[in-house]
Design a protein around this ligand. Sequence first.
Ligand SMILES: [Zn+2]
Length: 300
Amino acid sequence: MPLHLTPRREFLRRAALAGAGLLASRELFAAEAGASSRWALLSDTHIGPKPESVARETNMADHLRAVVKEVTALKTAPAAVFINGDCALKAGFVDEYATFTSLVKPLTEAGLTLHMTLGNHDDRANFWKALNVASDAARPVQSKHISVIKSAHANWFLLDSLDIVDKAPGKLEQAQRDWLAKALDEHKDKPALVMVHHNVHLDPTKPNSALLDTNELFEVLLPRKQVKALFYGHSHKWELKTQDGLHLVNLPAVAYAFAKDQPTGWVDCQLKSGSATLELRAHNEQHPAHGKKTDLKWRV
Ligand SMILES: [Zn+2]
């Protein structure tokens, strides 16, 4: 059984780390989340080497600051904040993570737990170093940044689809998919929510710059009816779809959109016993999708 709870001694060391600065919560491969049923879902922050860095006419640090401010001010604190990959702008450079960690620090200072996945613009070794995650730690799948977060309403499975740094497509590979299948089978008691950076590739007639092993992932997820939703980013698009009753949630980017009509921002997720309510919180409050709530009913 590759999953383990962090021993008390390790917990205390980490608590001290948290006091000193940023808590790299991803050192926990299996964590128990707080009692809150609210989750803050962020993706694609694309933080550059300097807070002044601009891409596509956007100051990404300003965008992340605005989201961090809103999330830390929530009256009901989320059980955790997820940042679903592409934390860094280009290639997971050391200076990109230095800026990134300083921008997310108010979250951990406010006592919120932060979990991150890796995208194609991240670099595992630099990320682990920047966030004080032991690079030589025993992992459920060797050299993959994955974890299971347990909570009252659902278990979250965070995957690692980073393949080649700064190359668009991503993949999970066999070992991680095998681990996922086993971990899902071992956690049938509650709805399973899966999060991965790369979006699914649904149209075989188009070139695949998304998740290369989309079909293989669906082979794991679709027959396991405890899996209720798959969350992803990468395409910088806010979109809700379903496949065989499985909800497919494309999270918007915090940083910038590729299409003019797409919002940037984050998603406020409220879990209930048989469903989730998602609310888009856009930077642009005039965006037609801003503040709209959608109920996702879980398949049975
Ligand atoms: Zn991105």
